[in-house]
Write a protein that binds this ligand. Structure first.
Ligand SMILES: [Zn+2]
Length: 287
């Protein structure tokens, strides 16, 4: 069932668990995430970056594929299709393409401009029944070629953006995208706590979920994180399983070269990673 992310995140915040956002790259990825969510009876958010949208031949192709798959696989759990780190222009493209949720990442604008653009997009998104995520404080690591340093958001700025009526707020708390370096200092729970105290019921979003230790994830959820983005971890498990298949020479035996066979171990690996995350985040059985 395609829905906006607003209701599922309100429930998650109230119920002290988090909904996973799993980024998708192709049909196999989408099917793996959707079927796992259904099997786990969990709400789920499918993340689509601008790069992934382009790779899949456009945002409309992605939205139409997801909608058709929800129907043909009889997916009854709540599913949101969400633009990940959208530019102002891409937000409008995804609204038009039929997404149910968008993220406007105005974190690189001066705060006044971030506020003005976010406010406009909140009004447009809500008028059309979409949910919207905003970001304060750049999240480190690489986001489609843009490298940030992993700063901590200013809680007062978070409050200003939250008051615009966004449905979820991503605040930098020392988290970064991609693999965490060995000298990473960990999440700033002090910042997270300060942000939650000022923003109250606002569901908070933790980007860069790959490689954050389980105890830190659970502590973050206890301090108001209701949505956790996972991207790199599915990529790593998919690629490791595909590598094992090729290295074992399975593509050279019988019809092992059939792409449906080549991609099968990676598909199962994504499913296992998604299930593991849903269990860790506490969203299993919460659909
Ligand atoms: Zn992110």
């Amino acid at each position: 069932m395609l829905v906006s992310a607003a209701e599922m995140l309100k429930k998650a915040k109230a119920g002290h668990y988090a909904v996973g956002q799993f980024n998708i790259n192709n049909l196999e990825w989408t099917k793996a995430v959707l079927t796992t969510a259904q099997e786990c009876n969990s709400p789920v958010i499918l993340g689509v970056s601008a790069g992934a949208g382009k790779y899949m031949a456009g945002f409309k192709v992605v939205a139409d594929m997801v909608k058709a798959m929800i129907e043909s696989l009889n997916i009854t759990v709540p599913v949101a299709i969400h633009l990940d780190h959208g530019t102002y222009e891409d937000c409008y493209k995804c609204i038009k393409a039929g997404f149910s949720s968008i993220m406007f990442d105005g974190s690189h604008y001066p705060i006044e401009e971030n506020i003005a653009k976010t406010q406009e997009l909140v009004n447009v998104a809500h008028a059309l029944g979409l949910s919207i995520e905003a970001e304060v404080g750049s999240i480190g690591g690489e986001e489609d070629g843009v490298v940030g340093m992993g700063e901590c958001a200013d809680p007062e700025e978070c409050k200003k953006i939250a008051d615009l009526g966004v449905d979820m707020l991503a605040a930098g708390i020392g988290n970064i995208h991609g693999k965490y370096p060995a000298n990473w200092k960990g999440l700033s729970f002090e910042t997270l706590d300060a942000v939650q105290q000022l923003t109250g019921e606002m569901p908070l979003v933790l980007h860069g979920g790959t490689g954050i230790p389980a105890d830190m994830i659970q502590k973050a959820i206890s301090l108001g994180v209701s949505k956790i983005n996972v991207n790199t971890e599915c990529q790593l498990s998919f690629t490791a399983a595909t590598r094992a298949y090729i290295e074992a020479g399975k593509d050279l035996s019988g019809k092992g070269f059939d792409p449906r066979k080549v991609l099968a171990p990676g598909y199962e690996a994504i499913k296992a990673t998604v299930k593991e995350k849903m269990e860790l985040f506490g969203s299993v059985g919460k659909a």
